[in-house]
Ligand binder design. Structure first.
Ligand code: G6P
Length: 615
């Protein structure tokens, strides 16, 4: 939700910030803005629309000069997306300029107080309240900018990553973080600030990730000074060496990041198990898990909390864990879990799944579970993210940066990690035979090849997409392990094509959705060879009898479903427990091609954001 970028140093700030905003646009893209400071004048430009709109406007309207600057790409929370509500925001004097990612929940009461003191507001945003609160403190308490920020943040309830500067201090940027991510890139006599490291990766490999409730004063010619917002303690910052490279955050010849990320899956699934899974030797070993195996296998139950696509990966894990490890599993939407007074005890293990590691509801669910004494294990993609730090232990997926808003490779790498955890635990608990254990390890190692095969059917899937692109509704059906895949397939289509789609357990169709079926309704059925194959075949017949159009995901060599279906998308055979890793591929491609044919903005679908740092 919102991307922020800042620069202070010897270079021109404009191209760095503009480029940085383009890289962060996945975080929000309803408006954008930039402020440049050349030591005397501030040039500020902002607009509703995308970063490209900002670029056009800035190049028309302002002088693009200055070695200090901040920029913002927005996902609106307070105030509709328009020019005025876009960031940066000035304080009343025009001296302070701020950008903000997050929400100030008590902004209304603070605003009333400030109005009584004569402050005026041009926007509807909570951010303009914050910058004026800081200014008010600076003036009344006669303190420096850093101190004023600190006092103000102690009065604020909510979440934020902020960056601001003061016209009177041309060599300084102040930043602070609570609940939204903030990285500081350390160059030679120059500093970068951003929501993630992508805006500065070509300039430096060294970064400090602020912890929650920390702020930093970044001054040219000095070290970055990090301190606690509460209690004022100085913190020795940990400068991390980044693993990211430029290639990973570029499209690499693909039309969209989403397509690139779909095609990266064979490689990133391999990256995710590399060094952890040695099928030949019968070893699966996850660094973060080894010390907690007893805790897991003696747990009363496992509770999985997540949102969106990560929640679907959690549903797949419910099947794998109960099947292989024989531990009861519950999968919860983090947003529901956190507010419904859940019964959680010290004997529960909670697994939190999050690509970004920043999702506000998942983070709150983790904090709640910890407060009730549960052990919390994280599965995150973004290294150093808040959730990865907030959990007791965990495993990273090695998907690399996922930039397309619709999640693809994060989903399959999450399932890869969850399958490895299940296999490791099943082995330790003795709920799997040695033969089956070895078979699963070998099959897991083969998944990248199977995904590769599934990707080769893309041309066929394009043809199917052309046939159904104008449908107004889709139904997705699957059973067992592939019920969550049906949910995920429907979500992908909704997210990027704006076609209404519903995922359902195939057998539940009779209890409602069957009423919707007629000759206009495409029904995507996951009908691979499995224990439920015959049942799914019966479901397909029920759809056919009502003239529904069947698009079936089938196993290689299938004949029965092929005869009944209008179209088939073939995937290689794999044990059912691992099948979501391959059956999801044609569904990703189907949604992608339909969205492209409809002319949608695939990487930045309307109203969505990649990282939801507000509840
Ligand atoms: C947003 C994204 C989804 C993602 C969900 C959870 O809604 O658009 O793609 O699945 O957040 O995000 P997380 O980073 O916690 O996996």
């Amino acid at each position: 939700m919102c991307g922020i970028v800042g620069y202070i140093g010897k270079r021109e700030a404009y191209p760095i910030i503009l480029n940085g905003l383009k890289r962060l646009e996945y975080r929000g893209y309803d408006s954008a803005g930039i402020a440049l400071f050349d030591g005397t004048d501030i040039q500020l430009c902002k607009t509703k629309g995308k970063v490209a709109d900002l670029e056009a406007k800035a190049e028309r309207e302002i002088i693009l000069k200055g070695n200090l600057g901040i920029g913002h790409t927005r996902w609106a929370t307070h105030g509709v997306p328009n020019d005025v509500n876009s960031h940066p925001h000035y304080s009343n004097s025009g001296d302070l300029v701020i950008i903000h990612n997050g929400i100030i929940e008590n902004y209304d009461s603070l605003k009333k107080e400030l109005k009584k003191r004569g402050y005026t507001f041009t926007s509807d945003t909570d951010t303009e309240v914050l910058v004026n609160l800081i200014e008010d403190i600076q003036i009344n308490e006669k303190v420096k900018l850093g101190k004023a920020v600190q006092i103000a943040l102690n009065q604020v309830v909510g979440a934020y990553a902020i960056a601001l500067f003061d016209r009177k201090k041309p060599d300084e940027i102040v930043v602070a973080k609570l609940g939204s991510p903030l990285a500081i890139g350390i160059g030679e006599d120059e500093f970068f600030v951003a929501s993630d490291a992508s805006p500065f990766i070509e300039f430096t490999n060294n970064a400090i990730y602020l912890e929650d409730e920390e702020m930093a004063i970044i001054r040219l010619g000095r070290d970055v000074k990090v301190r606690k917002i509460k209690g004022d303690k100085l913190v020795a910052p940990y400068v991390q060496e980044l693993q990211l490279n430029l290639e990973q955050i570029e499209k690499g010849g693909y039309d969209h990041f989403m397509l690139k990320e779909i095609h990266e899956q064979p490689a990133v699934i391999k990256d995710t198990y590399r060094g952890r899974l040695l099928a030949e030797k019968g070893i699966v070993r996850l660094g973060g898990l080894e010390d907690y195996i007893e805790k897991f296998i003696n747990a009363d139950r496992i509770v999985i909390v997540a949102c969106g696509t990560s929640w679907h990966a959690g549903l797949v894990a419910e099947y794998i864990f109960e099947d292989l490890v024989r531990i009861p599993v519950e999968v919860e939407y983090a947003s529901e879990f956190r507010y419904r007074n859940p019964i959680i005890s010290e004997n529960d293990v909670v697994i939190a799944i999050s690509q970004s590691g920043e999702t506000a509801d998942t983070l709150a669910a983790i904090k709640l579970a910890k407060s009730k004494g549960a052990f919390v294990y994280g599965i995150c993609n973004v290294v150093g993210s808040t959730i990865s730090r907030e959990t007791h232990s965990g495993t990273y997926t090695h998907a690399g940066p996922e930039i397309g808003v619709a999640s693809t490779k994060a989903f399959t790498t999450q399932i890869t990690v969850l399958a490895m955890i299940a296999l490791r635990l099943a082995k330790a608990k003795g709920t799997i035979s040695q033969t089956d254990f070895m078979l699963y390890l070998r099959e897991l190692e083969l998944i990248p090849n199977h995904v590769d095969e599934a990707l080769k059917t893309e041309d066929k899937i394009k043809e199917i997409s052309a046939v159904f692109k104008d449908a107004r509704n889709f139904l997705y059906l699957g059973r067992g392990y592939n019920f969550p895949v049906a949910l995920e397939g429907a979500l992908k289509l909704k997210e990027i094509s704006y076609i209404h789609a519903e995922g359902y357990p195939a057998a539940e169709m009779k209890h409602g959705p069957i009423a919707l079926i007629d000759e206009h309704m495409p029904v995507v059925v996951i009908a691979i060879k499995s224990d439920h194959y015959d049942k799914v075949v019966s479901n397909i017949q029920e759809i056919k009898a009502r003239k529904g159009k069947i698009i079936a995901v089938v196993s290689e060599g299938d004949t029965a479903v092929r005869e009944m279906a209008d179209y088939v998308m073939e995937v290689p055979h794999t044990p059912e427990a691992l099948s979501p890793l391959v059956t999801t591929i044609p569904l990703q491609l189907l949604s992608y091609h339909i969205a492209v044919m409809l002319g949608r903005n695939v990487d930045q679908p309307r109203n969505l954001a990649k990282s939801v740092t507000v509840e």
